[in-house]
Design a binder for this molecule. Structure first.
Ligand code: FAD
Length: 321
């Protein structure tokens, strides 16, 4: 028996969220005795990169290298995962909660007759039945879901799991996926980045500014800091509403929801609607001149001070590192 992990990759690299899913599966296998962790990668990606998935706890990686699978063809991916599921005799599929993961998991659930639980934050409680804790209401609450089907799909919330890094290399095995025309009923024919910058929803570090920055002419220091850190830039809703920044940077309940390792909020008050988009961040740093700003309650680190003094100094210190 095995646990199957569907892994995503972009630009030649396995996504960190997928490595978190492998780490989760590794701990789950140790808990439930479901045997080894087998990962499935689809499309064009290097063998060495796939072998390194072993560090997160997979003993084997099946590689469906058919080039037609590279562009995230959802139906075809769901078919491939179902075939791998059968091949390795799994009862559980683990994957990262993401747009592609959600789309694949929903189709897969029907194909393999499985319960699907999304936004999972910790290992299931198997002491009586199979109970899974998941995050709901944009991270403001948790729900416990009881799963009664034999086959299960668990979609893991970003940053909910500690990454395992001490495993050995995985063996990589070619996996021949049987695909039909129906698997390609719709497909992405090309993708292109809208900007050369780091993409906000995917970013590992986000530097975000609010109305405290007074005007668009002051965004240079936010961009400079983001550049130093290799970060994406974000903003609060009023900032994009007034037109200081583009709408695709608006973070929050009604904007982009981010889950970076580091979110730096500068001159943002921390209204509940903004927090709804950032509360899955691993570490939040707040810079605000008002010590009573609500954002400090959600912060891991806070700097009470004027952004116009703090941010350039912070940037200089980071550059000197
Ligand atoms: P402000 O509330 O004006 O706060 C500015 C902050 O900057 C203050 O805390 C101030 O102390 C600080 N400051 C001022 N000068 C400086 C300085 N020199 N240095 C350092 N700090 C300084 N908002 C979102 O962001 N995202 C959403 O998705 C969103 N959705 C919404 C949905 C609904 C239905 C509603 C009603 C509201 C929504 N909002 C959303 C708006 C939200 O309620 C807040 O109004 C908004 O987040 C406030 O933006 P802000 O913090 O940039 O501005």
């Amino acid at each position: 028996m095995s646990i199957l992990v569907y892994i995503e990759h972009a630009e030649g690299k396995v996504k960190k969220t997928s490595l978190e899913a492998v780490s989760f599966a590794n701990a789950l296998a140790a808990k439930t005795g479901e045997g080894e962790v087998v990962a499935l990668a689809l499309g064009t990606i290097g063998q060495d990169e796939l072998a390194s998935v072993g560090k997160a706890g997979a003993s084997k990686v099946l590689h469906g290298s058919d080039d037609r699978l590279t562009a995230g063809v959802i139906q075809a991916h769901a078919s491939a995962v179902a075939q791998a599921f059968e091949k390795v005799g799994a009862k559980t599929v683990v994957l990262a909660k993401s747009s592609l993961g959600d789309a694949v998991a929903a189709r897969l659930a029907i194909k393999i007759n499985a319960a699907l639980v999304s936004n999972v934050v910790e290992l299931p409680d198997t002491s009586a039945g199979y109970k899974v804790k998941r995050s709901i209401f944009t991270g403001k609450a948790f729900a416990e879901t009881e799963v009664t089907t034999e086959n299960k799909i668990l979609a893991i919330k970003k940053n909910a799991v500690d990454l395992k890094t001490d495993g050995g290399d995985a063996t990589v095995e070619t996996f021949d996926v049987s695909l039909s025309d129906a698997d390609f009923a719709s497909k992405i024919t090309s993708t292109e980045r809208a900007t050369g910058e780091v993409l906000l929803p995917e970013a590992d570090i986000v530097v975000s500014g609010g109305r405290g920055l007074k005007g668009p002419e002051n965004w240079g220091m936010i961009e400079d800091l983001a550049k130093t850190l290799g970060a994406a830039t974000g903003c609060s809703k009023p900032v994009s509403d007034i037109g200081w920044r583009p709408h695709h940077e608006h973070v929050g309940q009604t904007g982009v929801k981010v889950a970076p390792s580091l979110y730096i909020a500068i001159g943002i008050s921390g209204a509940i609607q903004h927090l709804a988009g950032v509360n899955s961040s691993k570490c939040i740093v707040v810079v605000n001149k008002d010590p009573e700003a609500p954002f400090f309650k959600a912060a891991d680190y806070g700097i009470v001070g004027d952004a116009f003094e703090v941010v350039p100094k912070l940037n200089e210190a980071l550059k000197a590192e």
